[in-house]
Ligand binder design. Sequence first.
Ligand code: GDP
Length: 512
Amino acid sequence: MCAAPAKASVAWKMRSPRRSRLYRLPQWSKGLDQAVRTVPEPTLVRSNYTISSLVTAANVSTETIAAISTPPGRGGIGIVRLSGPQAASVAAQLVRLRQPLEHARARLADVLDEGCDEDAGRIDEALVTWFAAPNSYTAEDLVEIAAHGSPMVLDLLLRRALELGARLAEPGEFTQRAFLAGKLDLTQAEAVRDLIEAQTLTQARQAASQMGGALSLRVQPVKQSLVELIALLEAGIDFAEDDIDVAPQAEIARRIERLMPPLAALEASYARGRIVHDGLTLAIVGRPNAGKSSLFNQLVQRDRAIVTATPGTTRDTVTERISLDGIPLELVDTAGLREGLEEVEQLGIARSREALADAALVLVVLDATQALNDEERGLLDAVLGRPALIAANKSDLAEARQPASEIAGIPALATSALTGEGIPALREKILALATGGAAAEPGMLTSLRHHQAITAALAALADAAGANLSAIPHEMILLDLYRALTALDSLTGQTTSDDILNLIFSTFCIGK
Ligand code: GDP
């Protein structure tokens, strides 16, 4: 009989003809991913737990891809990028290099008008940088040709590269290759896209922190403990016939319980992360002449909407995007909500009702010098229960009444779009309403895909805890634990299907 495995020497059972054969995880403490990857595939049969890195190892590309990596249009410089085994040789034929290529060194080259014929005229001068595999973004041979940003020159270079045997890169294919080569995990690859698409500095910072692995770092310790628990139960099954209980029920319960708070905290971080990533829409509604456009302008801090003293002149919705403490906020100034007489105004009112329906947040603008009318009461009834605020505007006028802290159950504050009084407080309240008070934190969840993965892991762990409590056999608890592990792995891309990967990378721009 062999001894029950001690904590530090975890063993995995193989689904092999010799039931008691154990495989020890080498270098257990040196990195879980490494350890998990070294587990022979048959171990995973029972749980349907597959590891994409095993699959993708076979996918190492033999094709060389090419794309223009800079945005379309004219610019100071434009870059054509090549990646793959022929990247350097294609580049050498594409342009006339003045010196041989050297890893990570920029080399001057001539872009010739007609092929690389010595007699052909030079159409541009370029800098060519070669990054030799595996020390490149994609881990393959990678060449960047920085020419002047003329679409004609860049198209010529790309066309020639394709004639020389390269293939046009799919959107995100450079990053996909980096991911498949294990240079980035999936959360980091997604962060590359988020960084490119960031519209506020906060979004860029968030993406950069995720690119640095902040999210993976938060998940990693949980995953490690989960794998240890799985290993313990697997070992326990092996020793069951020897009447050794390596995992008492209370111990399993304690271990599952310990896994949940960090995941729950991550799940909760999505409240803030989602709006940092996606932004929010704030509809500004109210009766004509209450000062909606003026408040909108105060928030936008520029004269974007037209302000007039005639009621009902903001006839359509006007939209502007602002960054409120780094959160992208789309402000929608709606036409006055009232029964308009003219056709154009009616159209505007219909649009404002749509904007009201679609908006995540509502700012109701009241004229503090006027008593509430029926339409306004109806409006307040309609937004009650939604994230909403009331600005009792025109507080600078003598006849303005100081609003109660709540009107019809909706928080209210005094503002003057004319003097700016109450505007900083309004911004703060909008921000608090938008974030629900949730603070920004490193490694917060920003994508629905990540949120779903964490939610699925938590649900599987709750099932495992329930099964353990009901003294269900360990084989069944293991199914739930493997489900949790698969969910965590899908976050970093270890068990993500090719379909989902393709979907993710197709949202990247070409050349990245
Ligand atoms: P809207 O129809 O609700 O968009 O209202 P506007 O923003 O077009 O404003 C209507 C009129 O009220 C304009 O003459 C504004 O200058 C004036 N107004 C807006 N806000 C204030 C304010 O806080 N104080 C004062 N005194 N006038 C305001």
